[in-house]
Ligand binder design. Structure first.
Ligand code: FMN
Length: 368
């Protein structure tokens, strides 16, 4: 942990978590936040990853929820992240749940949130993102858009279709969020028939957009960690049948257990260190089901170089984090990239992807 962050963090942690987050976004907007020496590491060819048409300067991304309205993606990429997933965005602006709705479980290095998709809606992001936002050179990395549904939407599938149509020429990939625990009924979209219908409709929508624009934008699916083996089978078979480009594993968990912090009883999704194991088991189980070719983005509990590498060893092509940024600050991305390149050098590994799947069996055999 850097000296500056060691001074700033106690001041931020005196504030309610949402207020501290708003302040952090402000500082990012004003260019007051810097990472450490990430520029050189971002150019290291051992970390570069190509997934289909997308070229990532490194495997580490910032997970959805940090920059819900796409206000600071460029500043976050400059901290060292190879990609930033903005959103979750819903068609109409939405206030989300009543506050307080975000809790720091400091001793557990975790967060519980029940934000409920608070965001400014399609209109605000549309004004912010220009069509040429897709050009990597102008923004310094990959920007994905995580999409969801309004709480009182009468046609949830249409909410996803709308987002893909509206932002097709403005983002590098889409993630369908069917796994937030804070929108009632959303997780039901992970059930076999519902998911099949959703992906079938989006396949048709994208085929039409692809022929208009003459490029194909990948669509990923973000799933929950609270799934059983049968549900994982169902999701894997639908993903392989329909044109889904990969999975983001995972969202926050409803599970509790082993927590020591006072806020452990708050309702909502748990993220951070206590999620690592559960999310990594689901990731490895999915890797075995999908085979070697399907891209998987591993998320949940990554907070240093070792946990980042272990996600890749469990089967991830790319990785993301959120909660650890709250505890470790803006230098974290650079620190993780440095740890990755150091590991490559130490182990005589030519490319970061050579670590992938090394521990997949070990993780996949654990019970859910
Ligand atoms: C405050 C907060 C808000 C979040 N909002 C979203 C969201 O809008 N959409 C989404 O897909 N995931 C959201 N997430 C989940 C994260 O993207 C991520 O999947 C999860 O936190 C696990 O990663 P972590 O342990 O590194 O935090 C949110 C997480 C937190 C802590």
């Amino acid at each position: 942990m850097g000296l500056l962050w060691r001074c700033v963090r106690p001041a931020l942690f005196v504030l309610p978590p949402e207020r501290a987050h708003a302040l952090a976004l402000c500082a990012l907007k004003m260019g007051l936040v810097r990472g450490v020496n990430s520029g050189r590491l971002m150019g290291d060819p051992r970390l570069q990853i190509r997934l289909g048409s997308l070229e990532f300067s490194n495997p580490l991304g910032l997970a959805a929820g940090f920059d819900k309205n796409g206000e600071v993606a460029g500043a976050l990429l400059r901290l060292g992240f190879g990609h930033v997933e903005i959103g979750t965005l819903t068609p109409l602006p939405q206030r989300g749940n009543q506050t307080p709705r975000l809790f720091r479980l400091t001793q557990d290095r975790a967060l519980i949130n029940r934000m409920g998709f608070n965001n400014e809606g399609h209109g605000a992001l549309l004004r912010r993102l220009k069509p040429d936002n897709k050009k990597n050179s102008s923004k310094g990395g990959i920007v994905g858009l995580n999409i969801g549904v309004n709480k009182d939407s009468l046609d949830r599938l249409a909410d996803y279709t709308k987002a893909i149509t509206v932002f097709y020429d403005r983002v590098d990939y889409f993630t369908l969020n069917v796994s937030s625990p804070n929108t009632p009924g959303l997780r039901d979209l992970q059930m076999r028939d519902n998911l099949d219908e959703l992906l079938r409709q989006l396949q048709t929508t994208r085929a039409a957009l692809r022929s208009d624009y003459r490029f194909r934008v990948p669509i990923f699916l973000k799933i929950a960690p609270d799934l059983n083996e049968v549900q994982l089978d169902d999701i894997a078979s639908v993903v392989l049948e329909r044109e889904c480009d990969g999975l983001v594993i995972s969202n926050t968990t409803l599970a509790r257990g082993g927590l020591v912090s006072g806020y452990a009883r708050e309702s909502g999704g748990l993220s951070g260190r206590p999620l690592f194991e559960r999310a990594t088991v689901v990731l490895a189980k999915m890797r075995l089901r999908l085979g070697k070719k399907a891209p998987i983005i591993g998320v949940g509990g990554i907070d240093d170089g070792q946990s980042a590498l272990e996600k890749i060893r469990a089967g991830a092509d790319l990785i993301q984090l959120y909660s650890a940024m709250i505890y470790h600050g803006p230098a974290l991305a650079g620190q993780i990239l440095r740890a990755m390149t150091d590991s490559c050098t130490r182990d005589g590994v030519k490319h970061i992807s050579d670590y992938r799947d090394q521990h997949v069996e070990k993780w996949a055999c654990q019970l859910l």
